[in-house]
Design a protein around this ligand. Structure first.
Ligand code: NAD
Length: 240
């Protein structure tokens, strides 16, 4: 039980990577607070569950302060498609609010308590599509995920002497409900799926469980010497 005795708070735990993390954390002994925009998606998870929109600053910060977690996982995010030519201000603002500002607010809320309690671990979900590599048609998304890496490093350096570690996970393409939505949205699901798989050196996309395994490591004391890093987990996509 690698997370025994730890309290964890997870956003976007209803499906995909967030759900796998909430499940795995509970299996490793953590006391989990699992939240999502959609309460119906939280059915079946172990621990405390409730609806939470991470773009609602007051609700997000109050929930985190109340839960007083040792591990915070900021998972909520949305993928916009398109090049800079197609990007709208509304999409840009939406991505900044959901993907970036929510993590800023969540970290701001959790840090004083973590410092007071002697430390903690923050795990932000970024993406390998960020400042690490580009993917076609991911202008707004790549911008937002690069910002997460910058925030992660900044908070890590400011809290490194206070016992708080801050890392981000940079997944490649991972099988999740929204991935299937994106494949369908191309108009040719099978061709889009084949193209996504073709860009993977391992010849397959990742599973949410594989990302959750890294989150367990980063949340646990096993990773006590790691902070401020962007941990790539992408089946070799970024290798070149
Ligand atoms: P997903 O996109 O299938 O599900 C997203 C979840 O977020 C849903 O349960 C949804 O209800 C919830 N959500 C949406 N808006 C919310 C809000 N305002 N407040 C709280 N919850 C909200 O899941 P996924 O594909 O596993 O993605 C999870 C995270 O991982 C995202 O940040 C995504 O950018 C990142 N990521 C995913 C992939 C991938 O290929 N799936 C790759 C890299 C990074």
């Amino acid at each position: 039980m690698r997370l025994q005795g730890k309290r964890a708070f997870v956003t976007a735990a209803g499906q995909g990577i967030g759900r796998a993390i909430a499940d795995r954390f509970a299996a490793e002994g953590a006391e989990v607070t699992a939240t999502d925009l959609r309460a119906d998606l939280l059915a079946g998870l172990t621990g405390r569950t409730f609806a939470l929109d991470v773009t609602d600053k007051a609700a997000l910060q109050a929930a985190i302060i109340e839960a007083a977690p040792d591990i915070l996982v900021n998972c909520a995010g949305f993928v916009h498609s398109g090049t800079i030519a197609e990007a709208t201000d509304a999409e840009f603002d939406f991505a900044l609010n959901l993907n970036v500002r929510s993590q800023f607010h969540a970290m701001q809320a959790v840090l004083p308590g973590m410092v007071e309690r002697g430390g903690g671990s923050i795990v932000n979900i970024a993406s390998v599509v960020s400042s690490i590599i580009a993917a076609p048609n991911r202008f707004v998304y790549g911008m937002s995920k690069a910002a997460i890496i910058g925030m992660t490093k900044s908070v890590a350096i400011d809290y490194v002497t206070k016992g708080v570690r801050v890392n981000c996970i940079c997944p490649g393409t991972v099988d999740s409900p929204s991935l299937h939505d994106r494949l369908r949205a191309t108009g040719d699901y099978e061709a889009a799926k084949a193209a996504f798989i073709a860009r993977q050196p391992m010849g397959r996309i990742g599973t949410p469980g594989e990302i959750a395994a890294l989150a367990v490591y980063l949340g646990s004391d096993e990773s006590g010497f790691t902070t401020g890093q962007a941990h790539v987990i992408d089946g070799g996509w970024a290798v070149g």
